[in-house]
Design a protein around this ligand. Structure first.
Ligand code: GLU
Length: 296
């Protein structure tokens, strides 16, 4: 089977160092196996999006010479696929409406206890839609980290597939898209280890074979928190890509010759594809990156 990987950024802001690590790791893993590397813009949640971020992200990928295969896919254009599956599950009784508020769930210990499962609520207004959990996943195999464990209460929960505000849930969209796009392996940041259990459950409930998973170390800021758009992590530079590119490659465990700086960005990327080995990738889940001196 030929390898198909992907990079799936949410357009909540420009790419930062952490998302560059995810883009590079997924690219090297795909291209070192002569695979395809797809890009999917996960624009499922308009209130959290930044206008113009999607095109900015694509421009950044181009500036870093990360060229994707095929057309870019936008989740905002794929609502029919998600809705169709939800309706199928509602009809078969596998999904149901739930009126519990976050506050009520918090008051009963933080995990949803199945309160609405047998109520057969049928007015969609002001309700979320949940999926009956028939295939809980308590652990899975990661390509780098080996066996990873999912907390039982989380794995057992009937999770939300469509939110009360009408937005589709991330886990559902990701799995339906990964299946539809023929993805064979998901490479992404270690912040997504926990949702992986639910995603594997979805594959089982859809009667499909799950993909394999590789979670990359998470880049932490000086404050010890994950670098993220929500934390206002600085955007990486599009006009002068080499410093961030080399820092991100060092973060991924590459030992690079001193004179690599003399190469062009696309030559550095090619060097990365040829020299990518999973063994060199650090085994830690979280790392505070060391940035080289960025002054010219
Ligand atoms: N869209 C998610 C993010 O930007 C990544 C989803 C995934 O790789 O599965 O964090």
């Amino acid at each position: 089977m030929s390898y198909i990987g992907r990079f799936a950024p949410s357009p909540s802001g420009p790419l930062h160092f952490g998302s560059l690590v995810a883009a590079l790791g997924s690219y090297f893993q795909a291209k070192s196996q002569q695979g395809q590397w797809l890009v999917r813009i996960e624009d499922l949640d308009p209130p959290r999006e930044m206008p113009g971020a999607a095109s900015l992200i694509l421009e950044t990928l181009e500036a870093y010479q990360l060229h994707w295969d095929g057309e870019v896919v936008y989740q905002s254009q794929r609502h029919d696929l998600y809705q169709h599956q939800i309706e199928h599950w509602l009809q078969s009784g596998q999904a149901y409406y739930c009126q519990c508020t976050r506050k009520q769930i918090k008051a009963t210990g933080g995990f949803y206890q199945g309160t609405c499962r047998d109520l057969t609520l049928n007015q969609p207004d002001n309700c979320a839609i949940r999926l009956k959990m028939t295939h809980p996943i308590y652990q899975f195999e990661d390509e780098k980290h080996g066996q990873l464990t999912i907390p039982t209460a989380l794995a057992d929960e009937d999770f939300i597939i469509k939110r009360r505000d009408g937005l589709f849930a991330y886990n559902l969209a990701v799995v339906l898209d990964d299946i539809d796009q023929g993805i064979t392996e998901v490479v992404r940041g270690a912040d997504l280890i926990e949702p992986t259990g639910r995603q594997i459950s979805l594959y089982h409930m859809l009667g499909k074979a799950p993909v394999s998973y590789l979670h990359l170390p998470l880049a932490l800021g000086d404050n010890g928190q994950k670098l993220s758009k929500q934390n206002h992590a600085p955007a990486i530079d599009n006009r002068n890509p080499k410093p961030a590119l080399l820092d991100a490659m060092r973060f991924l465990g590459f030992e690079m010759p001193q004179d690599i700086k003399q190469l062009s960005v696309s030559e550095i990327i090619d060097w990365g594809v040829k020299n990518w080995h999973l063994q060199q990738l650090p085994a830690s889940i979280e790392i505070t990156p060391r940035f080289s001196n960025r002054s010219p």
